[in-house]
Design a protein around this ligand. Sequence first.
Ligand SMILES: [Zn+2]
Length: 87
Amino acid sequence: MKTSSSRTTLESTQRKNPSMCQHQPPCPTAESNDREAARLMAHHPEQGWSLLCNGVLLFEDTGELLPDGQIIAPHRPLRSGQVMKAA
Ligand SMILES: [Zn+2]
């Protein structure tokens, strides 16, 4: 009858697994080369970063911070030759 302890177990289990993707088809994992294709979970252009569904932090200079602490150097020029059309 220890409902509270089983609840704690559930929470710690969820913490162990950083994958919060519930999309179909599932987003690429942080280990995947295709990681930038994951959906945006949070977008903070004023701070220059976005959080992807797979836990990757994507910075506006295209640098990335992976969930395991690995840092990916920016790989695209900052200069934006393509202007997004605000329809
Ligand atoms: Zn997802």
